[in-house]
Design a protein around this ligand. Structure first.
Ligand SMILES: [Cu+2]
Length: 301
């Protein structure tokens, strides 16, 4: 009883102290210094606060476990140190049922807890929109990106009214600074977005850093990523899967703009004649075995 009451008394000052400490925190600090949180407090997508919550709460639990473990280790090392006149080894085998049950049950609860919260958040992140406002096919290729804004958003398919941009890898000057314009994905703010992720050659990974999520791009199996961008701004993206010599140059930008500006952007691409389906264009693996491709090499006659 006395221990319980003491514990309860200890909780109150700890709670007050952490409330005071947290009240002075910026959004960046409250979100565990993860990228993408600005002082105005708006998250970058409808999912980023959930992801940072999982990160920060995991850290709090793990730090508490760490502090308790380090304290017990220090206490054991000091309280049970070898004293003057002691010889030989202490008894090597001893059972303490309460302690053994404690250190079996507590880690089990922790592992199950981490699993449950991760599974819950992942299920939300992996829920795909059936009828998104926007569906863009993002195509990874060594070492840049193509973006195709599909007109059939329900099925993520391109008809004649789809528009597109094709990027080239980042070019640098002698100092290593980027001199070229990076491939840019433009998205409307506060509209539901579904990305269809695919590749033209090897495995790439589509990573928008501030959106706190990335996903692999394969040939033969399309991946999807659904979210709602919630803050106007410019974001950095890159390939997160070592995909060859210029993998580090496989960069892109994401511009989240007002819906009207988004429509203007699409109209601009349409006016430039960049319409239609580019999904298969420049696909390096068009001559897959078994696809009926010509078996004769070019230039040998
Ligand atoms: Cu890549």
């Amino acid at each position: 009883m006395r221990v319980k009451r003491r514990l309860r008394l200890a909780v109150i000052p700890i709670g007050i102290a952490s409330a005071i400490a947290l009240a002075g925190c910026t959004p960046t600090e409250l979100n565990g210094f993860l990228p993408g949180f600005t002082d105005d407090g708006t998250q970058a997508t409808n999912h980023t606060e959930m992801v940072s919550g999982l990160w920060v709460n995991s850290w709090i639990v793990l730090l508490a476990v760490g502090v308790i473990t380090w304290a017990l280790m220090g206490w054991a090392a000091i309280a049970y140190r070898r004293r003057r006149g002691q010889r030989g080894l202490p008894v090597q085998l001893r059972y303490n049922m309460p302690v053994e049950i404690f250190y079996t049950v507590v880690p089990l609860i922790l592992v199950l807890g981490f699993f449950a919260f991760t599974a819950r958040d992942q299920a939300i992140l992996e829920t795909q929109y059936d009828n998104p406002d926007v569906c863009v096919t993002a195509i990874g290729k060594q070492w840049a990106w193509d973006f195709q804004y599909n007109d059939d958003t329900a099925d993520c398919q391109a008809g004649d009214d789809a528009v597109w941009t094709m990027g080239v890898q980042a070019q640098t000057d002698a100092k290593g600074d980027i001199t070229s314009e990076l491939p840019t994905l433009v998205l409307p703010v506060n509209e539901t977005v579904k990305l269809k992720l695919t590749s033209r050659d090897v495995i790439h990974s589509f990573w928008i850093i501030d959106f706190l999520y990335k996903k692999d791009m394969y040939i033969g199996k399309d991946n999807y990523w659904s979210f709602t961008p919630t803050r106007v701004g410019e974001y950095d993206g890159k390939c997160a899967e070592l995909c060859g010599q210029y993998h580090s140059m496989m960069l892109f930008k994401v511009k989240v703009v007002e819906p009207a500006e988004y429509q203007e952007y699409l109209a601009g691409l349409r006016a430039a004649g960049q319409t239609g389906d580019i999904n298969k264009a420049y696909d390096r693996l068009q001559n897959f075995p078994g696809t009926g491709a010509s078996t004769e090499a070019e230039g040998e006659h």
